[in-house]
Design a protein around this ligand. Structure first.
Ligand code: BGC
Length: 435
């Protein structure tokens, strides 16, 4: 498989891979970790396609050194991971779990010794269940607990980590968690959803302030999942669904965080939960925009859904993947927010089964990354301020509501032994980044 044509990217372009705590760590009861909302959600009947959970996942908690060795062997210069809040604060607040903090010490030190830059994300969806029991993101207190958690992480790792992100994809975990019921905590309520949107935004702003105070040299960012929203068909109701879907998906977090206001329809809906001064608390200067991008969203009007919109599929004959949409997204984000962009996730989900040739010889994944990397370089040449690319993901891991059925990894993980095998895509990506 050919290498991508990459010209026009800055000389200090950052190449990396991404993971997240609940999806890979396992060890949910080890060394004092507290329960997260995903531990509970996975046990609700019918929520996870294959009935699985993250109890063991990739057992990264025990096998992290092997994973760092793979990164080093492939020559990957940067690694984005998330800290599990319930591992370091089992109740979400109060007593600190030293063993949990020690785990991330070992990981960070191991990365640095291997010459790999750690990129630390504070929140990739695993809220401590103890805080959910107090209302979770529907409570105005949760941003305060998040600020305390941020301070703990900043004090502990700020001497070695200089890249921090606040939230991973607040749009996805709020929309799926409080409307579609596809993610923890699995509630469907407009009021809960709107409160969650606003409180996560407050938590983001507070966390930026904490990080600035405690690690003044840190480069602080936030990670958003942005995709163009298009009508699934020419039906008027699908066209009508696009506007609100786009506000929820693309603007509900990035706009208030970076421009200081909500998009119009969300502004009206969220207004009862906004207090004077809140938008100034949310909108603080950050250093980079993290973009997670996969494929366009095809909107359908659906009166049976909470907000009147649903996910459709691409029209007949239109491919699901669309590197051109990625190029355009990078350009439009550069114009809208004027921040350096790091692509913090991009990858291809496939349904290979153990034993199938395509599991390890994953040419489809290679073609995807090649086409998207080329589209990114094209965007850079056209003026997009893109500074880095992180493939999703290092390992085949727990893919939320789909369990282990969908694989995004550059490295396969045996479901029984958890042994790792680097796929063709991993070797290919290593060559690309070393080149
Ligand atoms: C999330 C990841 C997820 C990936 C693939 C993103 O929405 O941040 O946790 O595994 O997409 O679906």
């Amino acid at each position: 498989m050919t290498k991508p044509v990459i010209t026009g990217l800055p000389a200090d372009f950052v190449w990396g891979v991404s993971t997240s705590s609940y999806q890979i760590e396992g060890a949910v009861k080890d060394d004092g970790r507290g329960p997260s909302i995903w531990d509970k959600y996975c046990r609700l009947q019918g929520k996870i396609g294959d009935g699985s959970n993250g109890d063991i996942a990739c057992d990264h908690y025990h096998r992290w050194a092997e994973d760092v060795a793979i990164l080093r062997e492939l020559g990957i210069p940067a690694y984005r991971f998330s800290v599990a809040w319930p591992r370091v604060l089992p109740q979400g607040r109060g007593p600190v779990n030293q063993a949990g903090l020690d785990f991330y010490d070992r990981l960070i030190d191991g990365l640095l010794e291997a010459g790999i830059e750690p990129w630390l994300c504070l929140y990739h969806w695993d809220l401590p269940q103890a805080l959910e029991d107090f209302g979770g993101w529907t409570s105005r207190d949760t941003p305060l607990w998040f600020a305390d958690y941020t301070a703990l992480v900043a004090r502990r790792y700020g001497d070695r980590v200089s890249r921090f992100a606040t939230f991973n994809e607040p749009n996805v975990f709020t929309l799926f968690g409080y409307s579609f019921e596809w993610a923890a905590p699995g509630i469907a309520s407009k009021t809960a959803h709107l409160k969650a949107i606003h409180h996560v935004n407050l938590a983001h702003g507070d966390a930026v302030a904490v990080l600035r105070g405690l690690v003044p040299t840190a480069a602080v960012g936030a990670i958003h999942n942005c995709q163009p929203v298009r009508p699934a068909t020419a039906a008027p109701e699908d066209g009508a669904a696009v506007g609100l879907f786009d506000e929820h998906w693309n603007l509900a977090f990035a706009d208030p965080q970076l421009l200081g206001h909500y998009p119009p329809r969300i502004a009206e809906a969220v207004e009862p939960h906004v207090r004077p001064g809140d938008l100034a608390r949310i909108c603080r200067r950050i250093d980079w925009f993290g973009l997670n991008h996969y494929a366009p969203i095809w909107a359908k009007g659906d009166a049976g859904r909470m907000w009147g919109f649903a996910f459709g599929g691409p029209p007949e004959g239109t491919p699901y993947d669309d590197p051109g949409a990625f190029r355009d997204q990078l350009l439009s984000l550069t114009r809208r927010y004027r921040l350096p962009i790091y692509v913090t996730e991009n990858g291809k989900g496939t349904f290979d089964k153990p034993g199938e040739e395509s599991l390890l010889n994953d040419q489809e994944r290679i073609a995807f990354h090649r086409d998207y990397i080329e589209a990114m370089a094209e965007a850079a040449r056209a003026g997009a301020d893109v500074r880095g690319y992180f493939a999703w993901s290092l390992l085949d891991c727990f893919e939320w509501g789909s369990g282990y059925a969908i694989r995004f990894g550059l490295v396969a993980v045996d479901p029984e032994t958890r042994d790792r095998t680097v796929k063709a895509s991993g070797r290919w990506y290593g060559e690309v980044v070393r080149g």
